[in-house]
Design a protein around this ligand. Structure first.
Ligand SMILES: [Zn+2]
Length: 460
């Protein structure tokens, strides 16, 4: 059945429309934008009092980290900061069974839908059993996360992560025992996972060497060649903190991005996650090679990583996407606005990103929150243009945060003030997975999550 979704305000093909709806075909793809009176033979789905916008892309996520949200914000004796967080991360990584991973992923994906997110790039690095041995099927945990996404109804690109070592000249870390594989087994499992995903709607796979620290250059080159041959997206953490650059300099005599660029790792299918501490020359290399950067400001501010220089990347024309990463907060639009606000605090000026390359600030940040993320995950989408999947959310125009939004201000309202309280319906491939704020499995997902959280706290 062809449907016309008819809101009061529609944001599609990069601009706002009034008096027109989104025409969606049987296959869940956008056919075009049309006024109701011009359409016959379509079921009209009236979305009165609502705005319809493209679904948000969460390009970088580790779902299991939801388990210790808001539980690692203090210091431990000795004044530690990042390591307080890291010890909790290792504890959560060691704790979860395949069923727990499924339950934690489901609640995290449910929260993403509630935040208007329709696609997630899950950077998945838990592979082994709790003692560090591979499961009979080494993709057991990755498959549990995929099933969780399918159960909740969010689109997923499972970025299967290679994590081979603790770092240059470092002994294996017991907290990382569930991460480690060798390069051969990693590639075998990645290929198997690609087969497992084939034919499953809304599920794709990508390659994700964890970082230069965790994957030696020789294996990184193999993974990159494999991804290129299979036309998979390749995502990698890079230069999140200065210590990572120092370790890379000690091992290879170069910083991570220049090393990766020189060895042919970076191309238009590559996404560099964080990429905060780059030299000017490195940013120019990223621009020349056409790679995307995934910025995760809500996590980066939580971990004290530093400020992403979004003005420099904008001037170089580097595509930027966003990710919720540690799940400190799940709010891609907050990530969008922080990209600008962090620079305002730093430079004591307003409108830093406005007008760069002739682009309006809200248009730029909203494109990063949507189309740039889809592209980084290898999926054509995020603009609600003809042929793209009809992945969208609606916002209640009576919500107090955006009351008064109109045609001219819709993108800016979305980027600068829209909060989760306004989000009502979410559709993936033209099918509602959340309606009027309700998800059919929410009660079960909540109660199963509470049980996992309780066990996790009792174990401490
Ligand atoms: Zn990450």
């Amino acid at each position: 059945m062809v449907r016309l979704y008819l809101p009061d305000l529609l944001f599609a093909e990069g601009r706002a429309h009034a008096g027109a709806g989104l025409l969606v075909g049987h296959d869940g793809r956008v056919m075009g934008i049309a006024p109701a009176e011009t359409v016959s033979d379509a079921e009209i789905v009236r979305l009165a009092g609502k705005a319809l916008l493209p679904g948000l892309a969460n390009t970088h996520s580790h779902t299991f980290q939801r388990l210790f949200r808001a539980r690692a914000e203090g210091r431990i004796s000795g004044g530690d900061t990042f390591w307080t967080w890291r010890e909790q991360m290792y504890r959560a990584a060691g704790f979860v069974s395949p069923e727990d991973i499924y339950d934690v992923a489901r609640v995290t994906f449910l929260e993403m839908l509630a935040a208007g997110i329709t696609v997630v790039g899950e950077f998945h690095y838990l592979h082994n059993d709790p003692v560090g041995q591979p499961y009979a099927d080494p993709n057991t945990l990755a498959l549990a996360v995929m099933r969780a996404a399918e159960s909740v109804g969010i689109r997923i690109c499972l970025l299967r992560t290679a994590y081979l070592r603790a770092g240059y000249r470092r002994e294996p870390h017991p907290g990382q025992r569930r991460f480690y594989e060798d390069g051969t087994n990693y590639l075998r499992s990645l290929e198997a996972l690609q087969h497992a995903a084939a034919g499953r709607p809304g599920v794709t796979v990508g390659a994700a060497p964890h970082s230069i620290r965790a994957v030696p250059l020789s294996v990184l080159k193999e993974i990159s060649a494999f991804a290129r041959a299979k036309e998979l997206p390749l995502h990698m953490h890079i230069s999140e903190q200065p210590a990572e650059n120092e370790a890379c300099l000690a091992e290879y005599g170069q910083t991570p991005v220049s090393l990766a660029a020189e060895h042919g790792i970076l191309d238009s299918r590559t996404t560099l996650v964080h990429a905060i501490h780059l030299t000017d020359a490195e940013f120019r290399q990223v621009a020349a090679l056409g790679s995307t950067i995934c910025s995760c400001p809500t996590t980066e501010r939580n971990l004290g990583d530093g400020i992403f220089p979004a003005d420099r990347t904008a001037r170089l024309g580097i595509p930027v996407a966003f990710g919720t990463d540690s799940q400190a907060q799940i709010d891609i639009l907050e990530d969008a606005r922080q990209n600008e606000y962090h620079l305002r605090l730093q430079q004591r000026e307003r409108g830093i990103l406005d007008g760069i390359g002739g682009e309006d600030i809200a248009a730029r940040l909203f494109d990063s929150a949507t189309a740039a993320g889809y592209r980084a995950l290898g999926i054509a989408g995020g603009k609600l243009a003809a042929g793209e999947p009809a992945d969208f959310f609606t916002a209640d125009l009576d919500d107090l945060a955006i009351l008064g939004a109109d045609l001219d201000s819709l993108a800016a309202q979305a980027v600068f003030v829209l909060s989760r309280s306004a989000i009502r319906d979410v559709a993936v491939a033209g099918r509602f997975v959340m309606e009027d704020g309700r998800h059919p499995l929410a009660a079960e997902i909540r109660s199963r999550y509470r049980a996992v959280q309780k066990r996790f706290q009792e174990e401490e």
